[in-house]
Design a protein around this ligand. Sequence first.
Ligand SMILES: NC(=O)c1ccc[n+]([C@@H]2O[C@H](COP(=O)([O-])OP(=O)(O)OC[C@H]3O[C@@H](n4cnc5c(N)ncnc54)[C@H](O)[C@@H]3O)[C@@H](O)[C@H]2O)c1
Length: 313
Amino acid sequence: MNLSPASCVVGVCGLGQMGASAAVCFSRAGYKVLLWGRDAARLAATPPQFAKLHAFLDEHVGPPAGAIGDIELSADLRTVDERADVILECVTEDLGQKADLLSRLTAAKERKALLLSTTSGLSITAMGRQSGTQHLLVGAHFWNPAHLMPIVEIIKGDDTSEERMGWATELATRIGKTPVRVEKDVPGFIGNRLLHALWREAIHLVETGVASPADVDLVASLTFGLRLPAVGPFANMDLVGLELLSQIQSYLLRDLSSAAGVMPAVREHLAAGHTGMRSGHGFHDWTARDPAALISLRDRQIVNQLKFLRGGK
Ligand SMILES: NC(=O)c1ccc[n+]([C@@H]2O[C@H](COP(=O)([O-])OP(=O)(O)OC[C@H]3O[C@@H](n4cnc5c(N)ncnc54)[C@H](O)[C@@H]3O)[C@@H](O)[C@H]2O)c1
């Protein structure tokens, strides 16, 4: 498959955070993008969103080397189905809805288009088999915010061919991302397994009265969080030394949370309508804080961290 921007049209399905941001990534790499969403009003509201992302990237990362590809909006799935060589689905995290969407791509199936899913951790194998796209589908887990985060996890479903893994990997590289192969289709892939292990323990510390959410955040951000971009878990384990690691593991691991479902503190917040930042309350009270300022701080921090890491290599 010729994946050069001159020969390849990219379709993106879904108008949420990930869809809009991924569309911008492809367009900045020169690809013609067809963005499909089922909600016409939301579709009409996306161009200002693109302009904002482009402006941020131009200012903080620099303008793209080549021409920016056009993003064509459509509320008709046939536009993507009939014309896109690569289709990235970015709809809500629900296996049934994702499989239903993929199963509707009948023309793309006939053309053997490259189908990608940005699921956070659902089974690529199950999604493919349920939609009849198992031989076409590859996992391509972008991270949020997709226009800034450098890694895309490329997931091999049980039916995914090596050839398609190669295409997905090449495409991620062509848009300036660092592809990471996930060889087995396990829930949560690599990143979300690590993240949710940390979050489970963070919630457990709060549930058991050890510390407040603010203090857990502080310790995570200002201890291992400071080192993580330079020293990943395995590099850090080697740095600490495996003797000390084994001494700590011998008494600590048995005390960590092994919760196997939605945790009580999460259920309680949800029952109270505290769904997170957008509702004003989650583990923190956001009513007196400015979420936009926090997101802006996060994005500038990512940019600075990447500049530092790239400069340091
Ligand atoms: N937000 C994140 O941090 C993040 C990070 C990485 C991956 N993801 C994954 O990306 C995907 C999208 O997440 P998001 O954060 O953009 O979600 P979102 O809620 O912002 O957007 C989802 C979009 O899909 C649309 N949608 C839902 N069901 C649909 C259907 N059946 N047909 C067409 N459109 C439908 C919704 O209207 C919405 O516009 C999910 O699989 C999610 O797990 C999210």
